[in-house]
Design a protein around this ligand. Structure first.
Ligand SMILES: NC(=O)c1ccc[n+]([C@@H]2O[C@H](COP(=O)([O-])OP(=O)(O)OC[C@H]3O[C@@H](n4cnc5c(N)ncnc54)[C@H](OP(=O)(O)O)[C@@H]3O)[C@@H](O)[C@H]2O)c1
Length: 270
């Protein structure tokens, strides 16, 4: 279900453009419903040709929108919040921030309490409507949180979380895309070494990863029980799996997630 009005995306970079693509492909929004901004407006030319309203003027975009999505880097966010705060508080607008490491309390230094602020952590798979999106809001804005959740439900799966878990959501869901990409690339490199052409190896590895994820999501099963279905005694799966563990497979992923988490909590200053 579409909520009223136009969506403005302030900061059409990697995630802003991915959100725009997802909204459009959901069929719930037309390109003319999605206003895109960035300072270097010339880089939005292809979007303009596809019918998206584009501008470098954030105030104009906020003025016209019911939902305003803030998608700039953490270091760029506070200046922008300061800039749009006056226009945001006129009319019933919802501010949605996908910015890492800027808490709602920090945004409240600029944004008046009568403006609903929803923090959202999607990932770039939102472009193909397969995002894992975590959301949170202040207690007073549960209704608006639900409205925003409905938008993101068209773009993948959603989970409502406590704000204190937002950095964790950034790491597991947003950075997670890169982690799984690297795992798929490694599998495809192994595939080349055992005989496949690179394009075949990548296709086989990527579809196998999708199938494994789909088994978990559609059956609600645990990874270890799905692994039991693949491992025969003295077989080749357990030989490969155990060798991967001897080389630190699970440990490398857990340590990587911890390193990412430490960094996520300090982006704002960086
Ligand atoms: N990438 C992801 O997977 C992902 C996922 C979830 C959340 N996030 C979060 O989303 C935010 C953006 O990340 P990103 O990877 O998309 O970064 P990015 O590619 O650098 O995009 C940021 C965009 O903001 C624009 N911008 C900067 N200042 C602006 C301003 N004052 N007005 C309008 N536009 C402005 C920049 O374009 P100009 O320089 O032309 O203005 C750029 O296109 C970050 O806070 C990140 O933590 C990212």
């Amino acid at each position: 279900m579409k909520i009223e009005g136009t969506i403005a995306i302030l900061g059409t970079g990697n995630i802003g453009s991915s959100i725009a693509e997802g909204l459009l492909s959901s069929g719930e929004y037309k390109s003319e419903d999605i206003i895109l901004t960035r300072r270097r407006r010339d880089l939005l030319k292809t979007y303009e040709q596809r019918g998206f309203p584009v501008t470098e003027d954030n105030l104009e975009a906020v003025e016209k929108a019911g939902v305003v999505i803030l998608a700039v880097r953490p270091q760029q966010a506070e200046t922008l919040l300061d800039q749009i705060s006056g226009v945001l508080s006129r009319g019933e607008k919802i501010l949605v921030s996908v910015v890492t490491d800027i808490a709602i309390a920090d945004m409240r230094k600029y944004i008046p309490v009568n403006v609903p602020v929803i923090r959202v952590m999607p990932n770039t798979a939102i472009a193909v409507r397969q995002s894992m999106t975590c959301l949170c809001a202040e207690e007073a804005y549960k209704k608006e949180l639900e409205k925003v959740r409905r938008i993101f439900e068209h773009l993948g799966r959603t989970v409502i979380i406590e704000e204190e878990l937002m950095d964790s959501a950034t790491v597991l869901a947003a950075c997670g895309v890169a982690f799984f990409m690297r795992a798929i690339r490694a599998a495809s490199q192994g595939g080349i070494q055992i005989g496949f052409h690179s394009d075949e190896a990548l296709k086989i590895a990527a579809q196998t990863a999708r199938g494994a994820a789909e088994l978990l999501l559609s059956k609600g099963s645990h990874p270890e029980s799905e692994i039991d279905n693949v491992t025969t005694p003295k077989g080749c799966t357990i030989a490969g799996l155990n060798e991967m563990e001897h080389q630190g497979f699970s440990s490398a992923i857990i340590k990587g997630i911890m390193a990412s988490y430490e960094k996520a909590g300090s982006l704002h200053q960086g």
